[in-house]
Design a protein around this ligand. Structure first.
Ligand SMILES: [Zn+2]
Length: 208
């Protein structure tokens, strides 16, 4: 990784935490590479006979890690997931989404619970494979058009699907009599998921 003046994000946080641990930065760990961070990088580079360019590249990071001074554990963690725009009851809403496998995502808190549930299911010999999770407006419009044309499953009006709120997941179940559905019916609630559309054994919504 390489970060420099103007960089932002998790890598800058890591850098700042290391610089603080090395005793060359007294400012905040805020994930923003500003003048203070620049000065700290140069100071660290000078101390360690690195090129004093103020750019934290592989060599500077390697030295920071090798100095034996671990960053403090109370560094505020970067939030999980990717900020996105979804829809709840027809209104645009921004929230973070995180991965649940198969390239699908859910709102970050729902994703964390889904992944816990998936791990528990796996221990019981049941595989929870998501076919659909968070949907963008474009995806919901496409599915709604298919449904209207009689060529797709029931799909809510664009803006009104719980999939757009990042809380609904369609799981490959194989129907109400399947092992997967039965496991979910027994266990999903403790992770906050309920099967809330009649006739759709695959559709589970996070209700917390
Ligand atoms: Zn669904």
């Amino acid at each position: 990784m390489t970060v420099r003046l103007g960089s932002r994000g998790a890598e800058v946080r890591t850098l700042q935490a290391e610089l603080k641990a090395a005793g060359v930065l007294s400012g905040k760990v805020d994930g923003i590479f500003g003048r203070q961070t620049l000065a700290a990088v140069k100071k660290f580079q000078a101390k360690n006979r690195l090129v004093q360019d103020g750019v934290a590249g592989p060599r500077t990071f390697a030295k920071l890690r090798a100095d034996g001074k671990a960053p403090a554990s109370n560094v505020s963690k970067a939030p999980v997931g990717t900020l996105t725009t979804g829809y709840v009851n027809g209104r645009a809403k921004s929230f973070r989404v995180a991965s649940i496998g198969n390239g699908k995502k859910l709102r970050a808190d729902a994703a964390a619970q889904f992944n816990k549930m998936k791990a528990a299911a796996r221990r019981a010999g049941v595989s929870l494979s998501p076919n659909s999770g968070f949907r963008t407006m474009a995806e919901q419009k496409r599915l709604y058009a298919l449904y209207k044309a009689g060529r797709g499953n029931l799909a809510a009006k664009p803006g009104y699907s719980n999939h757009q709120g990042g809380v609904s997941v369609d799981i490959q179940t194989g129907g109400y009599s399947s092992k997967t559905y039965k496991w979910l019916a027994k266990n999903a609630r403790q992770y906050g998921f309920v099967n809330d559309v009649r006739g759709e054994p695959w559709h589970w919504t996070y209700k917390r």
